[in-house]
Design a protein around this ligand. Structure first.
Ligand code: CUA
Length: 227
């Protein structure tokens, strides 16, 4: 969960988010190398007295400084595309959860289990207890098993919302009349917080998402207690 001191991305809690962070670091390293190289060349250019009165063209250097950036872009584009398709790839999800965005709360349907349904409202600040995370906690958490491939189906009932949980690397629009799907796999137990990230109205900031990741056996116990 992000706190006031969180400057960089959150630690990942799913393999795909881990890969996304690796890709981010890879892209930033390339950026850093380019910045240092260009910075060095610019300062060198400013602080020396070398002049070539007969310089009109330089075919070779132009060839080099056209091909080198193109190569650099390929080194960024290929892993980016690989990740993009990896995120979309889904094979035998263990459970499917449907999440519906409303103004301004999320509702969930676990249709694998006799259609278990519930709404998930934010705990209003005036009712917040000391054990609550202010403006981030909900009355009904979304319970999910860890180490399991989970398919999330996302849609909305009124306007566009966006189901976003940073620790999972999941950010998917909830659009009325459309059913979007995404998958994730949690690799540890814990509470994972998210918020709507599509400007959806006055209470846009007040429709948080709380995932409670528990062991598969406890998940089955919870399901049994619900249906
Ligand atoms: Cu729902 Cu912003």
């Amino acid at each position: 969960m992000a706190t006031w001191a969180t400057a960089l991305t959150l630690d990942s809690s799913s393999p795909l988010m881990e890969q996304l962070i690796f890709f981010h670091d890879h892209a930033l390293s390339i950026l850093l190398i380019i910045t240092i190289l260009v910075g060095y060349l610019l300062t060198e250019l400013l602080f020396n007295k070398q002049i070539n009165r007969f310089l009109l063209e330089g075919q070779l250097i132009e060839l080099i400084w056209t091909i080198l950036p193109a190569l650099t872009l390929i080194f960024i584009a290929l892993p980016s595309l690989q990740l993009l398709y990896l995120i979309d790839e889904m094979k035998n999800p263990l459970i499917s959860i449907k999440s519906i965005g409303h103004q301004w709360y999320w509702s969930y349907e676990y249709s694998d289990f006799k259609n278990l349904e519930f709404n998930s409202y934010m705990i209003p600040p005036q009712e917040s207890q000391s054990y609550h995370f202010r403006l981030l906690d909900v009355d009904n958490r979304t319970i999910v098993p860890f180490n399991s491939q989970i398919r999330l189906l996302v849609t909305a009932a009124d306007v566009i919302h966006s189901w976003t949980v940073p620790a999972l690397g999941v950010k998917i629009d909830a659009t009325p009349g459309r059913l979007n799907q995404i998958k994730f796999l949690l690799n540890r137990p814990g509470l994972f917080f998210g918020q709507c990230s599509e400007i959806c109205g006055t209470n846009h900031s007040f429709m948080p998402i709380v995932l409670e990741s528990i062991s598969p056996s406890n998940f089955i116990k919870w399901i049994k207690s619900q249906v």
